[in-house]
Each structure stands twice: as C-alpha cells, then as structure tokens.
Design a protein around this ligand. Structure first.
Ligand code: ZN
Length: 156
C-alpha cells in the first residue's frame, strides 16, 4: 500500500493556552506518513482523521519533543564564544565530529554562559487544534525521498 500525504491546518498552544505556532494564513502543513516530519503523538492522531475533520489533540511531552535532558545543558566560559554581546535567547550552532547541534543561551554571568541544547518545547505537553484539508497518495518521488513535497511540504 502506498503511503499517504496528509495536509492540515494547525494551531499549537501550550498548557497555559498561549499560541506558540499556527499555520493560519499560510499553506497547511503537509507530511508523509512514517516520514517523521511531525511529532509522533500528533501523527498518530491526525492519521485517524478524514478530510475536513477537526480535532483538538493533546500530545504529552514524551510523544512530542521529548523530555528535557540536562546532559544537553552546558556551561562555557564567555571567552570561548565569538566576541560580542551574549544575550539570553540567542542561538548558536555548535559543530563537532558528531554533527551540529543548535543551542540556546539560557543564562549569562560576568564570566560564564549557559547553553541549552534541548528543543525549546521539550518537556511541554502540546495542545493542537487541527483541521485536515487534504489526504492523497504519496508520489513515487515523495516515497523515495521519505517526505512530502509541494506547498507546505519539503522544498529542495
Ligand atoms: Zn524530496
């Protein structure tokens, strides 16, 4: 059986009801089933819906961006970072032989900087309002690449 490509509009809120992200006013998001393009807890639920169907979906942190891992938090000397003002919320890409990792500055003292490599939404329960707009079969090219193409999908 061919994999399906599902397009849907979504609004993502946190536990406090604050909107974190939304596709409103943009193309709906498209993903290919099994392509790990969206968090697992969301994929499981959206895959049950029909075209036009709406649902409020709660995704527990473990099925979302995972739990926080304190091993991804490191403290470095300010002098090790590129010159200039270091500010909370600033992001750096750290490169090593294992690949690259995006880290965010979470604390700054006179001499040290705390860098956090956890996803900003790690450890958070996620609340999605979704509406499925289209369900179709994946093209051969999409199946070969492992992701959805076109508006709202992957661009090369
Ligand atoms: Zn592709």
């Amino acid at each position: 059986m061919k994999q399906r490509v599902i397009s849907f509009h979504y609004t993502l809120k946190n536990e406090k009801g604050e909107v974190l992200d939304s596709s409103a006013g943009q193309e709906p998001l498209s993903y290919m089933e099994g392509g790990q393009q969206i968090v697992p807890g969301l994929e499981k639920e959206v895959g049950q819906l029909k075209t036009g169907e709406k649902k409020n979906i709660k995704v527990a942190a473990g099925d979302g961006y995972g739990q926080r891992d304190e091993r991804f938090v490191i403290v470095v000397e300010k002098s090790e970072l590129p010159q200039g003002d270091v500010q909370i919320g600033q992001q750096y890409e750290l490169k090593s032989d294992k690949g690259s990792q995006v880290v965010m500055v979470t604390k700054v003292t006179d001499t040290q900087v705390t860098l956090d490599g956890n996803h900003p939404l790690a450890g958070e329960d996620l609340f999605f309002d979704v509406e499925v707009t289209e369900i179709r079969e994946a093209t051969d090219e999409e199946a070969a690449h492992g992701h959805a193409h076109g508006a709202g999908g992957h661009h090369h």
